[in-house]
Design a protein. Structure first.
Length: 278
């Protein structure tokens, strides 16, 4: 990949960046850009129902809901709309793009072909996840054939503002990516929720069970993040033969345990991502 010429690659982006959709994920990306030094004057946000935080940013130079004619040269448009709203917003989106505009989509299920059809431009399709809100997200991206090395580097810099970025060449993998990492945080939050509920069933006060579950999931995630050991090794390190953990793992790894459940859950999310593309 061609690197942008700076310790801070966002400084090298010429022209305006248009962010279409400033909800949770779009807003997280915007905060990441600004935290990394992107000049607010180089950003235009299209958001019909802006939050108080997004509205406040307008006082610092961000252009909120400008007329396309007043934006000037647009280098990049990042589309962070709900996929169900995408085609309805097509005319608005196309008014901000030209043949050489880089369009970065973070919409689940929206294919490169559909984005080109609606928006035009040269398209990078990406799937981030909600830990982007704290700079700990992971995003997977795939570029259309006409995306230049410079445009790909710009997309990488914009996406990397919220965490790690992995690039793939096969767009068909994006549905599974969406199911694993895009939807994955919800599975982890459900684990914390159900672990707390099980603690209450075992006799713990609800407040204590919730705190134990949250901190256990958060701490284990941080240990996994910092450790170079495989997750399977970390799991074995907790479990002693014939002990309490082994008794629980016998249930969790049984025929109707986590492997079966997660395989079915990821398959369901993958299929839904494919349906959203239709």
């Amino acid at each position: 990949m061609t690197a942008l010429n700076s310790a801070n690659p966002l400084e090298n982006i010429k022209g305006t960046i248009v962010l279409a959709g400033a909800g949770k994920m779009g807003g997280a990306m915007l905060r990441g850009w600004l935290a990394r030094g992107l000049d607010p004057k180089n950003v235009a946000v299209i958001e019909p129902s802006p939050s108080k935080e997004i509205s406040a940013l307008a006082a610092n130079g961000i252009r909120l809901n400008p007329d396309p004619k007043d934006v000037g040269g647009i280098a990049t448009m990042v589309v962070a709309l709900k996929p169900q709203m995408f085609r309805e917003a097509g005319a608005m989106l196309r008014s901000f793009t030209g043949p050489s505009t880089l369009v970065v989509s973070i919409m689940a299920g929206a294919t490169i072909a559909s984005i080109v059809e609606v928006c035009g431009g040269s398209v990078v399709r990406a799937m981030p996840n909600t830990p982007a809100a704290i700079g700990r997200g992971i995003t997977v991206a795939v570029a259309a054939n006409d995306v230049s090395a410079t445009q790909r580097a710009i997309a990488d810099a914009l996406l990397r503002a919220t965490g790690l970025v992995e690039w793939i060449d096969n767009e068909s993998l994006m549905d599974a990516v969406t199911a694993v990492s895009g939807s994955g945080p919800a599975y982890i939050f459900l684990l914390a929720e159900e672990l707390a509920r099980a603690g209450v069933e075992a006799g713990l006060p609800a407040e204590l069970a919730t705190k134990l579950a949250r901190e256990t999931v958060a701490g284990s995630g941080e240990l996994l993040h910092r450790s170079e050991l495989p997750s399977a090794t970390l799991r074995h390190n907790v479990s002693s033969p014939g002990g309490t953990t082994a008794a629980a793992l016998e249930v969790l790894t049984g025929p109707d345990g986590m492997q079966s459940l997660l395989t079915r859950a990821v398959a369901a999310a993958t299929n839904r991502s494919r349906e959203l593309a239709k």
